[in-house]
Design a binder for this molecule. Structure first.
Ligand SMILES: *Cc1c(COP(=O)(O)O)cnc(C)c1O
Length: 363
């Protein structure tokens, strides 16, 4: 059975990426690997907007999200929470045995820079976690405004998750002053799940070097030492690295500004479609994501039935709501290689499937 994913991760992987991933294996300590690894750094650094190295970790994003906590949190981390992933980061920090303060907002509300300033001004924190684009509720916080506040506190290491936003819009790491920037493979970069990418500032590396509990697999010092030799600490998922190489070539060929404009345009197409059908966005006005739309299910559409029809008759799947928003919202991704044509076809399918989907009684 084959169908196309329009859920916000994992997203559809194009044939040219799959072909690139099928290349023969090479030794991960061979000169060929070193050449491959080094050849990708300039493209990765351009994508991250940084002169720091970009490490490749064979893990999903959570590996390095947890790893960051273990590497750089000394006294206490402030976790900014406004959706499922950012809420979980607080729990993950606690499970690492680290003191974690919660700065919570309703799901769909952006992280408020003034609230961040108030919390950090207390002086208790030496690190902060932030999710730029809360995929669970389609809410994109104002990273520029947040980083401007965080930069006022030079002792605080910033850990920023850009899993579902990096490459969909500009996120200049160095200009924003981000210490640790993390992304995953299966969202905005539209590769299969299993790889994560992170870039770490020199001062965060220094902090890590002094941290006792950083372990081995996600040890930043190991990443850096191996990076200097053009390698990863342990055997990486070579197919992912081939896929990433193809993605970087694709971004360069399209032009990054054209890519960003395409995501903005396709996102608007889907958003306008929803608005015309009476579905407003779930997140606060002005903070909707550019890589997905999370609509409020204001018409009590039977989302399970809708997805059955979409899958059986149109060969595609959308998301029926994450966690506590299941049934109450639906999410549609426009990440990766979607085009005007694929999105036009998607909305036509949605119209057709919606016409035959029952509405549930109001609860
Ligand atoms: C998907 C996602 C994650 C978690 O990624 P895994 O690949 O499951 O580890 C973290 N943050 C955000 C914003 C995400 O969308």
């Amino acid at each position: 059975m084959s169908y196309k994913l329009f859920i916000p991760g994992p997203v559809a992987v194009s044939d040219y990426i799959q072909r690139a991933m099928a290349q023969p294996m090479i030794g991960h300590r061979s000169p060929d690997f070193v050449a491959l690894y080094r050849s990708m750094q300039p493209g990765l650094q351009a994508l991250f907007g940084t002169s720091d190295p970009v490490y490749l970790s064979t893990s999903s994003a959570w590996g390095v999200m947890e790893g960051s906590i273990r590497n750089v949190v000394g006294r206490k981390v402030l976790t900014c929470m406004n959706g499922a992933f950012s809420d979980k980061w607080n729990d993950v920090a606690s499970r690492c045995g680290v003191a974690a303060g919660a700065l919570s907002f309703e799901w769909g509300q952006p992280v408020d820079p003034e609230a961040v300033r108030r919390e950090l001004a207390g002086g208790a924190y030496d690190a902060i976690t932030l999710i730029h684009n809360e995929t669970s509720c389609g809410c994109m916080s104002d990273l520029g405004a947040l980083m401007a506040v965080i930069r006022e506190f030079p002792d605080v290491i910033s850990i920023v998750d850009t899993v579902s936003s990096l490459s969909a819009l500009p996120i200049p790491k160095d200009a924003l002053g981000i210490d640790i920037m993390i992304t995953g493979s299966q969202k905005a970069l539209a590769l299969p799940p299993g790889l994560s990418l992170l870039s770490v500032s020199a001062r965060a590396l220094r902090k890590a070097a002094a941290s006792a509990g950083r372990g081995y697999y996600f040890d930043f010092a190991e990443f850096q030492r191996n990076h200097e030799n053009g390698m990863t600490p342990s055997t990486p998922s070579l197919p992912h690295i081939y896929g990433l190489q193809a993605r970087l070539a694709n971004i360069e060929a399209e032009g990054v500004a054209v890519r960003h404009a395409r995501h903005a345009r396709l996102n608007r197409t889907v958003r306008d479609w929803g608005a015309a059908r009476g579905f407003g966005l779930f997140p606060r006005e002005g903070f909707g994501s550019v890589s997905l739309n999370c609509f409020a299910n204001t018409q009590n559409v039977d989302l399970a039935a809708l997805n059955r029809t979409l899958k059986a008759k149109h060969g595609l799947v959308i998301d029926g709501g994450y966690g506590k928003l299941k049934g109450k919202t639906f999410r549609i991704s426009n990440m990766g290689d979607e085009t005007d044509a694929t999105i036009a076809s998607l909305v036509a399918s949605l119209d057709s499937a919606l016409a035959e989907t029952p509405r549930l009684p109001a609860s």
